[in-house]
Design a protein around this ligand. Sequence first.
Ligand code: ADP
Length: 493
Amino acid sequence: MIKILSVASECAPFVKTGGLADVVGALPAALRAHDCDMRVLLPGYPAVLAALGGQGVPAMETRAFLPGGGEGRILSAKREGIELLVLDAPGLFDREGGIYTGADRRDYPDNPERFAALCRAAAVIAAEGVPRDSGAEVWRPQVLHLHDWQGGLTPVYLRDLGLAGRVGTLLSIHNVAFHGLAPAEKLGALGLSAEDFSPGGFEYYGQIGALKAGIVFSDRVATVSPTYARELMTPEFGMGLDGVLRARPDGVTGILNGIATSLWDPAEDRELVARFSSPRGKARNRRALAAEFGLPAAGDGPFGDGPLCVVISRMTAQKGLDLLLEALPALVERGGRLAVLGAGDAELEDAWQAAARDHPNVAVRIGYDEALSHRMIAGADAIIVPSRFEPCGLTQLYGLRYGAVPVVALTGGLADTIIPANDAAQKAGCATGIQFNPVDLAALRDALMRLGDLYRDGPAWSAMQRNAMRHPVGWDLSAARYAEVYRELAGVE
Ligand code: ADP
């Protein structure tokens, strides 16, 4: 059994703002079959402490080592099948607002300190271990799996504790857009040495870069799809870190995300009005979805009824939802309907609400609603993911499993997970979705029109839905890949 500590700022089902949480929450169970004993170190946000219900077992006092000397402790508990270690530091994590931002939607000014504390805790756990439930014995990780900038400083603290080369480190980049920058004046507060503050270390143009620290000092760097691994090393997608990534002799390993097929199973999903295991079984969910969103019972247009589409997404420029707004006529004028669930940039939220007022075939819910997202994917004919960049993307995977045909941009993990309905794939009978490229308005419009055409071609459409539902989207292959990387890092066969 290899012992791995996953160090993350989110973990489903306890705390989630995006796909990172799903991955961190799914890996421990997926890895068990591969002889990996993974625990997850999380910040003690109110939601996480609530999940512990006051029952966490104190495993370590942290007063001595938190940057800034704040008080705290590490609690250990098993919840939802996941062995958790929780950094209970109220001064850092007991906040009313979001996990990264306050009520004003701005980042907390002490985010660098908050997540440096998480990294420091990870390094100390690697050094000292934590007691096992059974008492005297100690659980000490052989590998630390760090996620995004929030875990990025860990290898620096590890080295400072004399553990470099003795505990393996893997940094996973889920989104390179977030660098975790802090002003140079925080070096002392973060317990970092000025010696590393150079372009060859963690300095990023005069600031401390936590993600850069992870890239420079970790033993391995991975990301969540093979295509994004290649894209990350280009100036177009690397967001200023492509050069640092290219400088790593071993480059970036791409391991595709899976989804928790037990939570996303149309045959067992308690959220649905009708559970199903073939595309025909979607009909009642489709009617219920239209009703729930107040959409007409059938799309109305010169072409008759069209596909009922959904979008479930953060509302940011990354996700291409501004493009989709502009491309809407190509969908709705041909009888397509669209139900959107999302939250994010105020401007985009407003624009989508205005579109819903203008188009009877468009309905929008602003907010975050996990249960609704299940009902939407179950009822949808198609799910649209027009991202400008997409490290992996999870909603297209849910779409595949629930027979909601994905219409996706040809980028990152979207390129790696969908078999596009080109002539070859259709002749071979293996298409699972529609891809468009480049990611611009004209290509998206074409894709939406093609969606309408395919939808009206009964046999081709049913074949695509069946292919989609059969496509493997679980964790098996990827968990095996991670296990291989952990074994290499731990130096065991
Ligand atoms: P990202 O992590 O960039 O936001 P992903 O596609 O990897 O994108 O993961 C997003 C996750 O968050 C998916 O599980 C998706 O279903 C979920 N999600 C996003 N927005 C919402 C929302 N408004 N309501 C419910 N779930 C959402």
